[in-house]
Design a protein around this ligand. Structure first.
Ligand SMILES: [Mn+2]
Length: 317
């Protein structure tokens, strides 16, 4: 008889996986159980990336070729050990209790609820209104390539070094790169976004036309890279380190060393290849909490740009 439900023991917790043989990734045929096993293979990394953050889930109940469900509220039926963090949505004047990961079993329970992608906030439950993570999102426009993103990443690395900030790069899971910087959580989302905008403008100045910060996507040079400072706006989230993306190949957002960016091909990091890489190199973002940056200088740049050029970042939606 086919197994319809299996139990995974994760430390002192047990998670039941229903439909373990359901194919989630059509390119090679990995199943829901394979997805759970992938997340267990990178458990320390994914928990570190999500720890204490409100987390939005991208669920694919019929696998990634099927319908996607964007889920902010914790799905019903959670075991009592699952923790949540309450966030407020002013536009709707409503609260939502989002998943708050503290243990690998929380991640696996989310997989049981058909979660493929994990999209955490840039703040933690201790103070959800004060981000502790500045996210530099290098987004290639349609005619730009990973090679263009790579060229911009060199400028980003130089500028971070000048500022005395330590950036932690990862592939986005598509053609882009993300660089995360741990920051002192003493500013609200609007100031973190202004700092990210000031940094993006400086990258644009140094990038010789390769970076285009034009507000409307349709107006940007299609061969350019957008440094998407809006990812630092409140309630904007991107896939975390080690999050699988909802693609047939099960591409993963993979932490990289800076010196790997030049030769990396983002397509090479998948649920099939990442377990061996993680076993070999461990979590490249493990010490991100040890390198905490203050945004003061970037906020001075933002003040300067707003004053001198009458430029200010347009409001986030
Ligand atoms: Mn992006």
């Amino acid at each position: 008889m086919a197994t319809e439900r299996i139990e995974l023991e994760i430390g002192d917790r047990v998670v039941k996986i229903s439909n373990p043989a359901r194919v989630y990734f059509s390119a090679r045929g990995e199943t829901k159980l394979d997805l759970a096993r992938y997340y267990l293979s990178v458990a320390d990394g994914i928990v570190n990336a999500l720890y204490h953050r409100p987390c939005m889930l991208h669920r694919f109940p019929d696998g990634v070729d099927g319908e996607k469900v964007h889920q902010k509220r914790l799905p019903h039926g959670a075991p009592p050990w699952i923790e949540t963090v309450r966030v407020h949505f002013p536009r709707f004047n409503r609260d939502a209790d989002e998943l708050c990961v503290t243990h690998p079993a929380d991640v696996i329970w989310a997989v049981q609820m058909s979660t493929v992608e994990f999209h955490p906030w840039n703040s933690r439950r201790e103070d959800v209104e004060s981000p502790d993570e500045w996210r530099i999102d290098l987004d290639p426009m349609p005619a730009a390539s990973y090679a263009d993103v790579r060229r911009v990443s060199v400028i980003v690395q130089e500028l971070l070094a000048e500022l005395g900030a330590v950036g932690y790069p990862k592939t986005s899971g598509g053609k882009g790169l993300h660089v995360y910087v741990r920051i002192v959580p003493d500013h609200g989302h609007p100031d973190v976004r202004r700092a990210a905008w000031a940094f993006a403008r400086e990258v644009e100045r140094r990038a010789d036309g390769l970076v285009d910060l034009t507000w409307w996507r349709k107006d940007r040079d299609p061969g350019s890279v957008f440094v998407d400072y809006n990812q630092n706006a409140r309630d904007h989230t991107i896939a975390s380190a080690y999050s699988v993306r909802g693609t047939p190949e099960g591409v993963v957002s993979a932490p990289l060393r800076w010196d790997e960016i030049a030769d990396a091909d983002p397509k090479d990091f998948t649920i099939a290849t990442m377990p061996a890489r993680f076993a070999e190199v461990g979590d490249l973002h493990a010490d991100i909490d040890d390198n905490v940056y203050r945004l003061d200088q970037l906020l001075e740049w933002a003040d300067r740009d707003e004053r001198d050029h009458k430029a200010a970042p347009p409001e986030a939606d």
